[in-house]
Design a protein around this ligand. Structure first.
Ligand code: ADP
Length: 449
């Protein structure tokens, strides 16, 4: 006799874990199924933080923000393509999602900024470390405090339907056994498809041979599972390349480094773009350079403001020097051009006015405190904005926009929220906001059936 659950969650990234915790808190029996051998999905690699406008933590730091600005800036950053209802729900529910985490001991009370935003609204851990590891370990702690089952190394291969509503799943475990699991409702939280080269190139041929920042489980299999039961998809060609990826390891250099005051410099030793523009635009600017790469340059003050910087140093990505002169020398860069670039940028910081590229945010401090650092970077495939269609209750919609009963989805598997370009810090917000909503709705449905 197959096992029976109220709610089965597919995927153990941030969206899946949040859904499972919330469903369990609604007194339902929950199972998480994960195809990889460890928990955390691509979320564990999330770097910068979680965006929200109008939070308690912003107020504590004297940051005056409002939801309408967050909405408009996310819409502009998304090239106006975002689904307005989903984006509105996202913005409205963001502060509550920050509190939902805090209530569970996952406190994001330090705040920074990302490209395309006008105000510090990216919430991160107090020690300024990368958000992903902190978030996943906090969520896993909450999972272990509850009666939630987890199956690792188990790939969901089919969603089972009965009389038009979900009835369960078929899974393949490590021993290649095919098993059936019954469920009253399911939450599909299987992430995006950035690591599926074939699928990426199908929609965007020009991204062939780009590296990806994603873990290898980001194959988009959840989209296929849902399409098999009739789900619609949207924006599948909207694929984000992230501008600052270390190319030999595909390791992402966090936007928090620029948000802390770093600049981008070409091999010629010159700035070439507003570093705090959105990811699509900064990526295009780097690809437009003759050498198709650039350096992210920062000083000791920026390093001290970002724990991740020490990790990059430890991983050997960083060229360090005692003086700007020495840094230029090590990078084979025209020294006079580089010194002039720093001098000019430092004047812009003092005047809080970037006359060359119109950078308006994170002109935090002059770059003048040694040691000086540089990391060579170029763009890599990072986020797939497209995915399955859902309504504002996280219910999956079929190709005729009708609800598929019992099937909820949240996180990167869902399309439409981020339009043509996702803002840094909006993915972590997305998975917690809609992961908790999916868990709550899936639990409510399971309890009534
Ligand atoms: P999100 O950020 O939306 O939560 P993540 O990429 O962090 O997404 O997590 C998605 C998780 O789903 C990954 O751990 C991935 O291995 C898992 N996953 C993807 N497809 C399947 C599948 N068919 N069966 C089980 N787990 C899956």
């Amino acid at each position: 006799e197959p096992p029976r659950y109220d709610v089965v969650v597919i995927g153990s990234g941030g969206a899946g874990l949040a859904a499972a915790i919330q469903a369990s808190d609604r007194d339902t029996k929950v199972l998480i199924v994960e195809k990889m051998s460890s928990i955390g999905g691509n979320t564990i690699k999330a770097s910068v933080g979680m965006n929200a406008a109008g939070t308690r933590f912003q107020k504590m730091k004297g940051i005056d923000d409002c939801k309408e600005k967050f909405y408009q800036e996310s819409l502009k950053g998304g090239q106006g393509l975002n689904n307005p209802e989903l984006l509105r729900s996202f913005v409205d529910n963001a502060p509550e999602a920050v509190e939902w985490l805090a209530d569970r001991g996952i406190v994001l009370n330090d705040i920074t900024i990302t490209g395309g935003m006008s105000i510090d609204r990216t919430h991160r851990p107090a020690d300024r470390s990368a958000v992903g590891g902190f978030l996943i370990s906090g969520l896993v702690r909450n999972i272990s405090q509850r009666d939630i089952d987890v199956m690792l190394d188990t790939d969901v291969i089919d969603i089972l339907m009965e009389n038009g509503a979900v009835s369960g799943l078929r899974v393949k475990n490590e021993e290649n056994e095919i098993l059936t699991i019954y469920a009253k409702s399911i939450v599909v939280a299987t992430g995006g498809f950035s690591a599926n080269q074939e699928m990426v190139v199908k929609y965007r041929p020009e991204l062939k041979d780009f590296v990806t920042t994603n873990h290898k489980g980001a194959t988009g299999s959840g989209i296929a599972l849902l399409e098999n039961i009739g789900a619609g998809t949207v924006d599948m060609g909207e694929i984000q390349i992230h501008p600052t990826v270390e190319q030999t390891t595909s390791y992402l250099i966090s936007e928090a480094i620029r948000g802390g005051g770093a600049i981008l410099v070409s091999q010629k030793g010159e700035r070439f773009f507003n570093e705090m523009e959105t990811r699509d635009k900064v990526s295009a600017a780097i690809i437009g350079l003759p050498e198709h790469y650039a350096y992210i340059v920062f000083d000791e003050q920026v390093r001290l403001n970002n724990k991740a910087a020490d990790e990059y140093i430890g991983r050997g990505f960083v060229v360090s020097a005692d003086s700007p002169r020495q840094l230029a020398d090590k990078l084979n860069m025209d020294m006079h051009a580089f010194l002039a670039t720093l001098e000019r940028y430092n004047v812009f910081v003092e005047k809080q006015n970037d006359e060359d590229f119109g950078r308006k945010t994170a002109l935090r401090h002059p770059i003048h405190e040694g040691p000086f650092y540089a990391i060579q970077i170029a763009p890599g495939v990072h986020h797939t904005m497209g995915g399955v269609t859902v309504n504002t209750n996280t219910e999956v919609l079929d190709v005729n926009n009708q609800v598929i009963p019992g099937v909820f989805a949240a996180g990167e598997v869902v399309g439409g929220i981020h339009g043509g370009n996702r803002i840094g810090g909006n993915a972590v917000a997305d998975i917690i906001i809609f992961g908790t909503m999916a868990g709550r709705n899936a639990a409510n449905l399971a309890r009534c059936s």
